[in-house]
Design a protein around this ligand. Structure first.
Ligand SMILES: Nc1ncnc2c1ncn2[C@@H]1O[C@H](COP(=O)(O)OP(=O)(O)OP(=O)(O)O)[C@@H](O)[C@H]1O
Length: 445
């Protein structure tokens, strides 16, 4: 079966679902069945559904068709291109007509005739594919958008523009998810090498045993499993840019080889006896303090000097909250497009709350947070309840200016640090023992 259509059948009668599933799975790529129409939004968020086959009457004893019409409207609102076929057991032409007016593609009567049902759904699936092709043709081309309105990001972008055109090695520093790879792409895009590829290697995601062959390539038979020659990423990036993410993860022996490759502009694949010339511009990224690693003997000092000719520091999101509103709205719109959901507004109240969170995962975390909220949100505008922010921590961050809360926290920290020794804790806090006892009582510590 090569058909790629995904059908979702929703009917509260298990027997109807079983019969439909048995029949239709022989004709369509994937058949999902569901008794509860309330699950439709969740399913639409999780799966790319091509055709909906939807019952008109859900609650037992009701036959007005209103439930079917309600869900039809809901589906069409979430995905204006959705193709929905309605089923009704009552042959109620009025409801069927109303459904067609509301945007249903077709309707079938229960009990259905197998051939008719298959033919109807086949036409519906074709319609879906045509609509998808049309919207792909009219959709704007995907582009990497960089939001960088804050003063600190403006400084970063100036630096990027200044160094992109040179062949200088650049080290991008910043916490996880601050956009290091996006900056590397921008450096490459603005460089004279932009017609050649930028090849990325994430040294944080790769098994250490694979580093060498991944970077420098190998010859057939160089190790068990090397059953053919393989070019390394250095070679693949030749003429272009090599982006080494998480460079702090490179073991010392390979740091030596990397340094040699950069200095001599040549690499030796594993198992080869001859070097290969490579012409790359290196961009490296790290979230580790490489200077400290040098001090501990974990990172070669000469390699650090070699790679940080230019060093670009990306500030964490919590230090550029001016960018948060635009980023949040951008990711909300992106998620709505991706999941074919209606666009959702991000009210100021929500933005204020988001600004209180510390965003340890930075922009990547914000993007996932917005995506989830857009999927979960049931209204036109996002609400605070749509977010799964670990609320305890948000509250702590929100209340850091609360004097009493801070006093309590300090008293607690002092007592913990001095393992309950009241004299020493009082000393550290700069108050008398009696004053500390009073506070311990007040805060019930
Ligand atoms: N300024 C920005 N504007 C818009 N999107 C951004 C921005 N910065 C980062 N992103 C997006 O956030 C996500 C994380 O960015 P990226 O992968 O570049 O971060 P990173 O610092 O390289 O992460 P890691 O340290 O985990 O490798 C990506 O989806 C990226 O497109």
């Amino acid at each position: 079966m090569t058909d790629k259509t995904t059908l979702l059948i929703v009917d509260d009668d298990e027997d109807v679902l079983t019969a439909a599933r048995l029949l239709l799975r022989r004709h369509f790529g994937r058949v999902i069945t569901q008794t509860d129409p309330g699950k439709i939004p969740e399913l639409m968020a999780a799966e790319a559904i091509d055709v909906f086959l939807l019952d008109m009457n859900f609650a037992i004893g009701r036959n007005s068709g209103k439930e079917g019409l309600h869900w039809l409207g809901d589906i069409r609102q979430r995905d204006p291109n959705a193709v929905v076929v309605l089923m009704t057991a009552f042959g109620d032409l009025n409801t069927a007509v109303a459904a067609m007016r509301e945007g249903a593609t077709d309707f079938v009567l229960k009990p259905w005739q197998n051939d008719r049902l298959i033919a109807t759904l086949r036409v519906a699936a074709d319609l879906r594919h045509t609509r998808a092709q049309l919207s792909a043709l009219t959709a704007p081309p995907p582009e990497e958008t960089m939001i960088a309105g804050s003063a600190s990001m403006q400084r970063v972008m100036k630096m990027v523009e200044r160094v992109a055109g040179t062949d200088a090695t650049v080290l991008i520093r910043g916490e996880n998810g601050t956009g290091k790879e996006l900056i590397a792409q921008e450096l490459h895009r603005l460089s004279a090498r932009s017609d050649a590829p930028m090849v990325s290697v994430d040294l944080g995601a790769l098994a250490e045993s694979l580093f060498e062959s991944e970077l420098f390539g190998h010859r057939r038979g160089a190790f068990t499993g090397a059953d053919s020659d393989r070019a390394g990423r250095f070679q693949a990036a030749s003429g272009g840019t090599l982006f080494l993410d998480e460079i702090g993860n490179l073991p010392l022996a390979l740091q030596t080889k990397l340094l040699r490759a950069l200095e001599n502009r040549e690499v030796t694949p594993l198992g080869a006896d001859q070097e290969i010339d490579v012409d790359i511009r290196l961009i490296a990224a790290t979230n580790q303090p490489l200077e400290d690693m040098v001090a501990r003997g974990e990172f070669r000092e000469d390699l650090l000097y070699r790679i940080n000719t230019i060093s670009i520091e990306l500030p964490p999101l919590r230090e550029r909250l001016e960018d948060l509103p635009e980023l949040a709205r951008f990711f909300a719109a992106q998620a709505a497009r991706r999941y074919r959901l209606p666009a959702k507004e991000v009210p100021a109240k929500v933005l204020q709350r988001l600004a209180q969170w510390s965003w340890p995962g930075n922009i990547r975390e914000l993007s996932h947070t917005m995506e989830r909220a857009v999927i979960m949100g049931e209204r036109d505008a996002l609400a605070i309840e749509d977010f799964d922010l670990k609320s305890r921590q948000v509250d702590a961050a929100a209340e850091t200016l609360n004097l009493e809360e801070n006093e309590r926290r300090l008293v607690q920290t002092a007592l913990q640090r001095y393992e309950g020794n009241v004299s020493r804790a009082a000393d550290a806090l700069g108050i008398t023992r009696a004053a500390l006892y009073r506070r311990m009582e007040k805060f019930d510590l």
